[in-house]
Design a protein around this ligand. Structure first.
Ligand SMILES: [Zn+2]
Length: 290
């Protein structure tokens, strides 16, 4: 299927905003549009995820970023901001993109190692979008609107990857890593508390000293590293290990990272909002294994 550019969607949203003014559209019209979009989102049909391409991405992408409100002005503002967000995030494609088949293979690999689908996706399936764009500042995008104890609205946007040091397959697993920590903690860009145990390993491989960073930057840094560690753990000691960008990390450290992810994923049912410490998780994982 031909890929679709999110920049075309931004143009459509700009036209919609102009039409709202020019034809004095009322909110009832937007409510119809909202319902049509909901009907148009492809159904998961029992699957834990769907890979969307072409114009199939349009309803999924808009609904992920649009909360229907009772005021036409608020809805129009939402479209206008979404258009700006798209233009600030995406550009025309260059580099290479992961194939649909590889996405399926890597989800299967994540499931084989950590049962990701069973544990985190079966109740709330995720859409994975393949778009005809490159992201200005990242290799792929995990888009989320998370509020504690509310249903998480998230999706993964797979763009063309320009950075020759990163395989698009690794970039995809990194975004799955963001999905994992977000669904565990129910907060955007917050790693589970137990991830502290890997801080000393991570600090060995980065130039900045995390303790010296402001709190907010440190939180984001460790959320990024959680996503990296998830990708490392999935690929470690598999036929796909050549896709791991972190050749600088020793096998001993990768083994510790894999052990952490394994214990975390094995104890999710007893780790509400990711608040358990590593010591608690390790004990719970041991009891389960016995
Ligand atoms: Zn990231």
């Amino acid at each position: 299927m031909a890929k679709y550019s999110l920049l075309a969607l931004a143009d459509f949203l700009d036209s919609l905003c102009r039409a709202i003014n020019a034809f004095d559209l009322d909110n009832a019209t937007l409510h119809c549009l909202y319902n049509e979009l909901r009907r148009a989102v492809p159904r998961h049909n029992g699957d834990c995820y769907s890979i969307l391409e072409g114009t199939d991405i349009i309803p999924a992408f808009i609904l992920n970023n649009w909360v229907y409100l009772d005021s036409i002005e608020e809805n129009q503002k939402n479209f206008s901001e979404l258009s700006c967000l798209i233009k600030a995030t995406y550009t025309n494609p260059s580099g290479i993109q992961i194939s649909k088949e590889k996405v399926t293979e890597l989800v299967a690999l994540s499931d084989k190692k950590f049962s990701v689908s069973d544990k985190l996706l079966c109740h709330t399936p995720i859409n994975i979008l393949l778009v005809e764009n490159t992201c200005h500042y990242a290799n792929a995008v995990y888009s989320v609107h998370a509020k504690p104890d509310a249903v998480i609205k998230d999706l993964i946007v797979l763009t063309y990857v320009v950075d020759g040091r990163v395989a698009p397959e690794f970039a995809f697993l990194h975004e799955i890593g963001h999905m994992v920590h977000t669904r565990v903690t129910q907060k955007s860009f917050v790693a589970p508390r137990s991830f502290d145990i890997l801080h000393s390993i991570i600090t060995k491989y980065i130039s900045s000293e995390p303790a010296s960073l402001p709190r907010e930057k440190r939180r984001k840094l460790f959320a990024e590293w959680f996503a990296e560690c998830f990708a490392i753990a999935v690929l470690f000691k598999t036929p796909y290990s050549h896709l791991d960008r972190h050749i600088e990390i020793s096998n001993e450290d990768k083994s510790a990272i894999e052990k952490y992810m394994s214990a975390l994923m094995d104890t999710l049912d007893k780790n509400k909002l990711g608040n358990r410490t590593w010591e608690q998780i390790e004990k719970l994982a041991q009891i389960k294994a016995e």
